[in-house]
Design a protein around this ligand. Structure first.
Ligand SMILES: *Cc1c(COP(=O)(O)O)cnc(C)c1O
Length: 485
């Protein structure tokens, strides 16, 4: 009887193909600067993603060639030195090697008694230490910041509900819960609150001051108002580094307030929690160590390949009380491969990938201190670009730069808001289409602007100089065309 297996018939051939793949990977990464940041796909390439499921075999050589031609040639571009859209990370080669080895080992991080599970725990504890939360805190590696926030907010809900939400459900709540975040908080919180069954209205948007950080008086007033109306203020979501402008809420003051009011203190630190390791900027997160829960994102400022986020929870017992649900078929044994607390007791996934290795390997390779210095370095790049914008003709900084997020626009004078918006969008799109740089846009204080988030260990000052020159050239071109119409 011939058994079918997925193993190759000829390991020597696979070895050769894999060696060639590694060579291409090194080439791809080391020469990233020579390629356009992004380019749109021609129709025939797009069509190749519309074929039906393959029922029969294709030689691996052909598949690898297809991957080169149709996939590797058309990336999003976020590993490029001139990608500054939204707020991402730039990945790193060691992390990519780690992902390969993690897949080769293939362990399931639902838990168990094996090295990858120990490392998962170790990386969570390293991140806890970096943020400064106390020993004994627990945590879990998740897909990213959105899920890390969901984990924190779920524990906040269950802890502050006053009933056993897991058994009785939200229907049994004696009084409705309220959550608070600034009007600059990330969109994932709305999704989390809705997913938690509390409804969007349970999430109050607190006014921000001129620095776009949460207005503490407005928070206090909202909480008092809710108490008077019979709501239960359950959780304040403070943001360490907002997506729009990189604003930091006053964590120490919010920690004091939450402590006085018996409210869960959650920090969305997807952008800024790790500023705690940056010598020149750690003052921005003073008080983060007092949080009940923190969401952070190693795939942003630690540049781990996607995906890896982390939720840190001060109270391990509250963490387990919300998620642990070990079934009889998963009972922990005294010996053997099941002789360890299941990791799925700390979140909503059962099977989990081995996310820890890519963080562990790069942290060991470079050391925490270097990552801290590179966070300071990105923030210095933000200041450098802001200076260039302020000196350039027709460019205006739209908000004083806090960290590495620079909001600016081209304003040649004489255009109304709508015309300025379309000019700047056209500049943004041409930068992308020409493969020069990728920026995104946003609205700050009611005004549209371009936004460069320099979360990029490959960016150099000359890349930022090039950006400013190209924005000005494109502005001239766009305005010239408009003049000729
Ligand atoms: C990126 C981000 C998130 C979401 O994190 P993902 O890793 O993209 O899921 C949440 N909050 C803030 C402030 C962010 O910048």
């Amino acid at each position: 009887m011939d058994y079918e297996t997925l193993d190759p018939e000829d390991w020597a051939n696979i070895q050769q193909l894999a060696h060639a793949l590694v060579d291409r990977a090194v080439d791809y990464t080391s020469k990233v600067r020579d390629r356009p940041v992004w380019r749109d796909m021609p129709g025939d390439i797009r069509d190749r993603f519309l074929t039906a499921a393959p029922q029969t075999a294709t030689p691996l050589e052909d598949i690898l060639r297809d991957v080169d031609e149709t996939v590797m040639a058309y990336p999003m571009g976020n590993i490029h030195p001139r990608f500054w859209a939204w707020y991402m990370g730039t990945s790193n080669f060691t992390g990519a090697m780690a992902d390969f080895m993690a897949a080769i080992q293939g362990s399931n991080l639902g838990g168990g008694n094996h090295a990858a599970a120990l490392m998962d725990h170790q990386v969570v504890q390293w991140l806890r230490e970096m943020v400064g939360m106390p020993e004994g805190s627990s945590g879990t590696l998740v897909s990213g910041g959105s899920v890390a926030n969901l984990i924190g907010l779920t524990i906040a809900r269950n802890t502050k509900a006053g009933i056993d939400v897991r058994e009785e459900g939200l229907m049994a709540l004696p009084k409705p819960l309220r959550f608070y975040g600034s009007d600059q908080m990330h969109g994932c919180h709305r999704q989390a609150i809705e997913t938690l069954g509390l409804g969007n209205r349970a999430l109050r948007r607190i006014r921000t001051g001129s620095d776009l950080a949460m207005d503490l008086d407005a928070l206090k007033a909202a909480v008092a108002d809710d108490r008077a109306k019979g709501f239960v203020p359950a959780c304040v979501i403070a943001t360490a580094g907002t997506v729009n402008t990189g604003a930091f809420d006053n964590l120490a003051a919010i920690a004091d307030f939450c402590h006085d009011q018996d409210i869960w203190f959650h920090v969305d630190g997807c952008i800024g929690a790790l500023v705690a390791i940056a010598p020149e900027n750690r003052w921005r997160v003073e008080g983060i160590d007092r949080a009940d829960s923190v969401a952070l994102d190693p795939h942003k400022w630690l540049h781990a390949p996607f995906e890896v986020g982390c939720a840190l929870i001060r109270s391990r017992s509250a963490h387990l009380a919300t998620f642990s649900a070990t079934s009889e078929y998963l009972e922990v044994t005294k010996r053997g491969v099941a002789a360890a607390q299941w990791l799925h007791d700390f979140g909503i996934q059962t099977s989990r990938g081995f996310r820890a290795l890519k963080v562990w390997m790069s942290l060991r390779e470079h050391g925490v201190r270097k990552f801290g210095r590179m966070i300071d370095q990105d923030i210095a790049k933000g200041a450098y670009l802001s200076g260039l914008v302020e000196q350039a003709d027709n460019l205006h900084l739209m908000f004083p730069t806090n960290i590495n997020i620079v909001c600016f626009r081209c304003d040649p004078g004489g255009l109304d808001e709508a015309a300025l918006k379309s000019l700047n969008i056209e500049i943004m799109l041409r930068l992308q289409e020409n493969g020069i740089a990728v920026l995104s846009d946003t609205t700050v204080n009611g005004q549209h602007c371009l936004r460069a988030a320099i979360n990029n260990h490959r960016t150099r000052n000359d890349d930022l100089e090039l950006l400013v020159r190209e924005v000005q050239n494109l502005a001239k071109a766009v305005l010239g065309e408009a003049g000729n119409n």
